[in-house]
Design a protein around this ligand. Structure first.
Ligand code: G6P
Length: 612
């Protein structure tokens, strides 16, 4: 989604801003732009370009940038108006005295635009953001902070903004409501961005802005207040844990591949300090005050989007299996609009890698407004969802840059396994059962490593199939959500149509599609429903389908039935999704590479969808 970078200090601001934008590229965007406060002329110079940041850099080279130590920059993911040079941010006022970058949506922009047009303001773009620039101009009487605050009080919707003015060349004014902004401090310079990854090359001292905060940044100082009040707030900077190497490719061709291979380590990080062998249980300190609430719950409702929703489906089966507590899983975008039934005893769990997905955040707020206790499973520390939930479990998978989520998914399933065991020990699980589960979870990272370094047939299978137009992914029980997730990975990065289905449901529709041109990837592990899935494979073979099976090592029978087999180690049935997804991630990755596609930045997708 859209990304923001701002800088004020002593360095050449263009370099800092472009470098920051490049670090935000992973979020997905279709145009970008920069406004510089020019040292010599005192004017604002803005250049914007549809396409890649490289195109913006080329444009700056052609146009000779001015000398500047302060500026703002943006990557835009189009919502209002098509992705072109004019609609790209920053946006300005009528006289090029004010420039603004904005994430979020101004919902009442039409009425504001009509009002301002009536007052003679001239608009050049179709965006909601340009309206905000003119609204600030409308209120501007030499006091930029006052004008920004007055404008924001008239705005409905969400925003993370940074504003500059040629009348105030020594300051940036930023404000947040619903769209994250993080400020970084160093000697003689201040940074601001929508995502810490854009600034950690410069500093590890950061301040996460809260909703309704207004920050005024000069190169040596920060003043913090609220939109509705001038009273100053003490700025609290914290040390950020993220390191530069975590957000660089480290020798891999793509972030996605790096993140797939990081899974043994990220899974260990999710488990660390949480496997309690002495008591045969999992220790989750973040939610300990809500344990009783969970155990007494009449229902647990899990809500999420995309890959996090798939992990939640596995979470449901895990919790129900070990506790007997009924669990529902809902898309966050549906949950928030269907007036969900929430009682005092309902506990809602929201799951999000980024902690910023707009629909998930809105579902969280809806659940809270109905009186539910809301817990989170999040990856990004300090994110909006992590902050707004009553308590939560961090997955600790480390920064995930590839748009197609991989290590965050396995970490989420691991977090659910830990939660289910912790609760289960107070419900259906004995000490011996709990201990045996904990011992097996401890082995999972090693088994993932084994799959990643196995010289299996993935490469040759991808060669055979990468030109196909459709794929079917089938699984049952705990592995049905893995079929959904495998299909999603392929769709996201290789643009091949893929459907995930419960294997037995195939007979009720998708079987009509089966022929030699539609590969069927079937997860057929030696579990309680193995025989059933073998029958499903036979049904496909009887219709000349091409079957790729994901099977357990040592399964000899499957070789004679499936066309190709990828073997993975055995584990307990309920943990098998963490292993069975690994080959499916690799298949999606390799097929996208063979098709010559931009794996880390697939078209139209955004890493974190911060609009509804
Ligand atoms: C976007 C991403 C997906 C992700 C989903 C939910 O669609 O492209 O990879 O699964 O958002 O994101 P979250 O950060 O809430 O888990």
């Amino acid at each position: 989604m859209c990304g923001i970078v701002g800088y004020i200090g002593v360095k050449d601001s263009l370099n800092v801003l472009i470098d920051g934008l490049k670090r935000l590229e992973y979020r997905g965007y279709d145009s970008s732009g920069v406004s510089l406060l020019c040292k010599e002329t005192g004017n604002i110079k803005t250049i914007k370009k549809a396409g890649k940041i490289k195109d913006l850099e080329d444009e700056f080279k052609k146009n000779k940038p001015c000398k500047s130590h302060a500026g703002i920059a943006h990557t835009r993911w189009a919502t209002h108006g098509e992705p072109n040079d004019v609609n790209a941010h920053p946006h300005g006022d009528c006289f090029n005295k004010i420039s603004i970058v904005h994430n979020g949506i101004i919902e009442n922009y039409r009425s504001l635009k009509n009002y301002l047009a009536g007052k003679g303001h001239k608009f050049v773009s179709e965006t909601d953001t340009e309206v905000l620039a003119h609204l600030i101009e409308h209120f501007y009487r030499k006091d930029l902070i006052d004008a920004v605050k007055k404008a924001l009080l008239r705005v409905e919707g969400t925003y993370g903004i940074v504003v500059i003015s040629s009348d105030h060349p020594d300051m940036l004014v930023a404000a947040r409501k619903g769209s994250p902004l993080v400020i970084g401090r160093s000697d003689n310079e201040m940074f601001i961005a929508s995502d810490a990854s854009a600034i950690i090359a410069h500093t590890n001292q950061v301040l996460y802005m809260q909703d309704e905060d207004v920050a005024v940044l000069t190169k040596n100082d920060i003043e913090l207040s609220k939109v509705e009040s001038a009273k100053s707030i003490d700025p609290e900077f914290v040390e950020i844990e993220m390191t530069l190497s975590q957000i660089e490719k480290g020798g891999y061709d793509h972030f996605m591949l790096k993140e797939i291979f990081e899974q043994p380590e990220s899974l260990r990080d999710t488990e660390v300090g949480r496997l309690d062998k002495e008591n045969g249980t999992a220790r989750l300190n973040g939610i300990k005050d809500y344990f009783k609430k969970l155990l007494d719950a009449d229902r647990i409702v899990i809500t999420a989007c995309g890959t996090s929703w798939h992990a939640s489906l596995i979470g449901k089966s895990l919790i129900e299996t070990y506790t007997g507590i009924p669990v529902e899983v809902d898309y966050a975008s549906e949950f928030r609009y269907r007036n969900p039934i929430i009682t005092e005893r309902t506990v809602v769990i929201v799951v999000s890698q980024s902690g910023e997905t707009a629909d998930t955040l809105a579902a969280l707020r809806e659940a809270k407004s109905k009186g539910a206790s809301v817990l989170g499973i999040c990856n990004v520390v300090g994110s909006s969802i992590a902050r707004e939930t009553d308590a939560g479990i961090y997955t600790h998978a480390g920064p995930e840059i590839g748009v197609a989520s991989t290590k965050a998914f396995t970490a989420q399933v691991m977090a659910f396994a830990l939660l289910a065991i912790g609760l289960g020990r107070k419900k259906l699980l004995s000490f011996e059962q709990g201990l045996s589960l904990i011992n097996e979870l401890e082995k999972i990272p090693g088994k993932v490593n084994e799959i990643l370094h196995d010289k299996n047939k993935i490469e040759s299978i991808c060669r055979k199939t990468y030109k196909k137009k459709n794929f079917l992914y089938l699984g049952r029980g705990f592995n049905f959500p893995v079929a959904l997730e495998g299909a999603l990975k392929l769709k996201e990065i290789s643009y091949i149509h893929a459907e995930g289905y419960p294997a037995a449901e195939m007979k009720h529709g998708p079987i009509a599609l089966i022929d030699e041109n539609m590969p069927a990837l079937v997860i057929a592990l030696k579990d309680s429903i193995y025989e059933k899935i073998i029958s499903n494979i036979k049904e496909i073979k009887a219709r000349k389908g091409y079957v790729i099976a994901i099977a357990n090592k040592g399964d000899k029978e499957i070789k004679d039935i499936a066309d190709d087999v990828i073997y993975i180690p055995e584990t307990k049935e309920e943990f098998s999704p963490i292993l069975s997804i690994i080959p499916l991630q690799l298949i999606a990755y390799k097929i996208a590479v063979m098709r010559g596609l931009d794996v880390d930045m697939p078209r139209n997708l955004a890493k974190s969808v911060t609009v509804e």
